[in-house]
Design a protein around this ligand. Structure first.
Ligand code: PDD
Length: 276
């Protein structure tokens, strides 16, 4: 297995990161997870645009040109012979003896690894349950930072209660999942939280927006509440790793069940057509 470290593709056993990496001390870095279908990265430009945006928001400059980074990732994919899976790309601010105040002359550390594996067909077919709990994360959830403790803690709580994903809400407003965006369907209209500082603007969410348009569903990017969720007809979550997965049950802050509906099924089908 090969990995990317800075601008070198090397064996995983030979890849070492500095003890004083700011990613390790502060979670001071950003990442992307990109899906690979049939050996080809999916929505690659969109992922890199978001990566650049996250870098800009955190005042981190790329250590190499974007072209070089993309070439290295393509080489990594072919060296590891990834057919269907994901590539994880991370950039930390660099190496500096621990200090909250970062220096501006650091060389950011890029790393990437690949993972072979198909999308979770049985979850896509049968749906998952969500555990609803208060969103305790910071106020810049739009930045795809590796600092993910709020997400990690929520995911663990959901799993401990026997649920596959968390449903996060700030007060009564539903934001997103611990690693997914959330959609609700009511009277054939789709609702999802607007892409502001409270959620990550998911690449899959963007695609679903386009698919909804193509399938002639109207989509409202407006915040909805836990009470709205109780009245909803259908609910689903989206991410690079899951694609579109229906929600069949919610417990925790609210308690409700859904059957898997026609709008979700139609969007799932449309999704499969774009990746075939
Ligand atoms: N997570 N919201 C959060 C908080 C996320 O971490 C993710 C993705 C999403 C969905 O975004 P996208 O459609 O671009 O994957 C929404 C990735 C997959 C992860 O951390 O593994």
């Amino acid at each position: 297995e090969y990995v990317l470290l800075k601008n070198q593709i090397i064996h995983r056993e030979e890849a070492y990161i500095s003890f004083h990496d700011r990613g390790y001390h502060f979670g001071d870095g950003i990442y992307e997870v990109i899906r690979i279908y049939n050996g080809t990265p999916f929505l690659w430009e969109e992922h890199f645009n978001r990566f650049l945006r996250s870098a800009k928001e955190l005042d981190i400059d790329l250590p190499q040109s974007l072209g070089e980074i993309k070439d290295n990732i393509l080489t990594l994919l072919s060296k590891n012979d990834v057919r269907n899976g994901t590539v994880y790309l991370q950039m930390t601010r660099g190496e500096q003896e621990r200090n909250h105040l970062y220096r501006r002359d650091l060389t950011p550390i890029l790393t990437a690894f690949t993972k072979e594996g198909n999308v979770p067909i049985s979850q896509q077919e049968n749906g998952i349950g969500l555990w609803a709990l208060e969103d305790i994360r910071w106020l810049r959830c739009d930045i795809k930072t590796i600092n993910l403790l709020g997400n990690v803690m929520s995911k663990r709580k959901a799993e401990d209660q026997g649920y596959q994903e968390a449903l996060l809400h700030r007060g009564h407003i539903v934001t997103e999942g611990s690693s997914t965006n959330v959609f609700m369907v009511k009277n054939e209209i789709l609702y999802t939280h607007p892409a502001n500082h409270y959620i990550l603007n998911g690449i899959t969410r963007l695609l679903v927006e386009q698919l909804a348009d193509k399938e002639q569903f109207s989509l409202q990017k407006e915040a909805f509440t836990l009470e709205d969720v109780k009245q909803a007809d259908e609910m689903f979550v989206t991410s690079t790793t899951l694609e579109i997965v229906p929600v069949t049950k919610i417990q925790g802050s609210i308690e409700t069940n859904f059957s898997i509906g026609p709008v979700t099924r139609q969007l799932q089908q449309a999704f499969k057509q774009t990746t075939a």
